[in-house]
Design a protein around this ligand. Sequence first.
Ligand code: ZN
Ligand code: ZN
Length: 426
Amino acid sequence: PLGVARPALLDLIAQLQAALPAGALAQIAPAGSLRRWKETIGDLDILAVSAEPERVMAAFQTLPPVTQVLAAGRSKSRVQLANGLECDLRVVEPRHWGAALQYFTGSKEHNVALRELALKQGWSLNEYGLTATGRGQAPEGTERFFATEEALYTFLGLPWIPPELREDRGEIAAAQAASLPPLIAAADIQGEVHGHTTFSDGQNSIAEMAAAARARGYRYWLVSDHSVGLGITGGVDAAKLAQQRAEIDRLNAQWQAERSDFRLALGVEVEILADGSLGLADDILATLDVVVASIHSSLRQERETITARCLAAVRNPHVDILGHPTGRLLGRRPPTELDVERVLQVCAETNTVVEINAHPSRLDLNDIYARRAASLGCKIAISTDAHSPTDMALLEYGIHTARRAWLSPADVINTRPLAEMLALLK
Ligand SMILES: [Zn+2]
Ligand SMILES: [Zn+2]
């Protein structure tokens, strides 16, 4: 999965840089599906520019995580890593960088579509650049090289297409029509609307989580612990929620006195019980700022049952956000049998926000469902579901999943200030 492959690859690049003298690598970047933030990764790909490719190859092949050299050439190596992944490193000439990065980033389907576009313009596209076919204006055999991807896309009459969109899902037509979406970025996020504390299975207090959220530059953070009775540590009932409210009021008053605009809000991650009722009564939910409803139990119900169960929650007037809708854990647990299309339709009808859970073990909704949700008119929340301050750094996985779903800041509720975000909820 991406959550394993990405840290491993970034670590490998850092080790390679440390093993070489400064300046030995003019460029180095991940390529392949990892650069596109695909949720599952086959092999790792690294691309580099260096005046000393042999030296780079020698250093690469002897890095500590490398257990076996599978192929060794002058400008390309393939190695086996201790974590079981295989990694390719290619060193290319500076003038080939743009075409090589484009080529090795893929996807294969995007590249096929791009090659067809180039052919229509009289150019054959490969990993080095463009060669004139003689059917366009340039004489046959004319070569064009590109120091950047931007230059290559521009030559073909397109704006640069972000790697997350390169799946042949309409991005080339959208680029030609100048209608690529203004994709969301991490800097657009103003706060989080799903996270845990020691009141349930979180590892830190409300104050500690708030401090971490403030340190990230957020303007708000939602305390949303599990409702009681889930069989995991703790959980909140009416009395615990009252304690949380008192603590939140105390901290908010303190920040107000300090003229800080950071605020905590109080919510819950209420369990959608096996029969579709909720783990807390409506009169309790009515007192909260935001209600996230999720399924963590009876995940193996058949399609009709689990869909009806989920729809009952979505139709509850107090349920604002549907958390990690399909319940999958990447590589460990398949999604539930949920009829996602039906659920998204009802979310759109009832103004229920759907979550992209950013935790790399979940990425739920995934890119395809999230894009479908937005096209049906659903609003989206991107949430790390943090159980500790370090989890908040996982936001980038949610952001890039949202980018793969073609989402703009306007599609996502937690790009808004707190009051504006709350006003969007039902
Ligand atoms: Zn959950
Ligand atoms: Zn949660």
